[in-house]
Write a protein that binds this ligand. Structure first.
Ligand SMILES: Nc1ncnc2c1ncn2[C@@H]1O[C@H](COP(=O)(O)OP(=O)(O)O)[C@@H](O)[C@H]1O
Ligand SMILES: [Mg+2]
Length: 253
């Protein structure tokens, strides 16, 4: 059997050529990194949880009419996605101050923001994904003004959906990051939510206790990351406990 072709290996995922043109298989690894890979570990089961959770969120977004790259989950660690041209930005949406924003502005973490604030980082590991103003995005041609308007609208819809879903299970969506991709239909471009949405890319705080249920548990050594992600999955009813009822893994290639 021919080995399938690896297209890219990143910090958290591997991309393989998909079974049809224009598709990719996204494999979720157990690797965790923080502070631009300064801190690294293998967290058993993280990939399985993130595959499930990203499937759950992407499917939900699709159900309310927000386009994503997700096609279907293939097995415990892999999902089939549309291949997109990634816009080299991390699109960050913040509802409450935390992390780098809290530091930059001297705000206490958890301070409510006057409205959701969107910011952009340029995706470049060597540079540590620096925060960039819209002016840079347009001047350097990473996206057009029209793209940016569409990206902001998309990001706000994702925020409304994700905040609501999380609120429903007693979790505050403090902030999150998404990546956006272009899909071309001949000359016509569509923007879709790509990459992943998981506790690796969100800040999630328990509404009652303030307990952190996201990658900050790893970044800040606050306990078991698997326990935190499992709790998010449990509350959302997304658990590999029904793994026994899963369809057989799909053979690709
Ligand atoms: N649908 C897609 N098509 C093409 N590339 C994608 C798609 N979804 C995500 N990617 C890219 O695949 C990579 C995912 O691997 P990851 O481990 O997160 O990488 P990184 O270390 O660069 O963050 C990212 O670079 C992301 O931009
Ligand atoms: Mg990534």
């Amino acid at each position: 059997m021919a080995r399938r072709k690896k297209i890219y290996e990143g910090k958290a995922k591997i991309l393989y050529e998909g079974p049809e043109p224009g598709t990719l298989v996204q494999y979720f690894k157990d690797d965790a990194t923080a502070n631009n890979a300064e801190k690294q570990a293998v967290i058993e089961g993280k990939g399985v949880l993130n595959n499930r959770l990203s499937e759950f969120f992407m499917t939900g977004l699709g159900n309310v009419g927000i386009p994503t790259h997700f096609i279907r989950r293939l097995n415990m660690r892999e999902q089939l996605v549309r291949q997109v041209e990634i816009i080299p930005l991390e699109v960050i949406v913040r509802n409450f101050a935390a992390g780098s924003m809290a530091k930059r502005l001297g705000l206490e973490e958890g301070t409510a923001l006057p409205r959701p604030i969107i910011e952009f980082s340029y995706k470049d590991d060597k540079l540590g994904d620096p925060l960039v103003p819209e002016e840079y995005v347009i001047a350097f041609g990473w996206a057009t003004q029209q793209d940016l308007d569409d990206i902001v609208a998309l990001a706000l819809r994702v925020n409304d959906f994700m905040s609501g879903v999380m609120f429903g299970v007693g979790i505050k969506l403090v902030d999150f990051k998404i990546e956006i991709g272009r899909i071309w239909d001949n000359d016509y471009q569509r923007l879709v939510v790509a990459d992943e949405i998981s506790p690796d890319s969100c800040r999630l705080w328990d509404m009652e206790t303030g307990q952190k249920l996201d990658k900050d548990v790893f970044r800040r050594d606050l306990g078991s990351l698997t326990d935190a992600y499992t709790e998010v999955a449990r509350r959302l009813g997304v658990m590999p406990s029904n793994a026994t009822h899963m369809p057989k893994p799909t053979l690709i290639n």
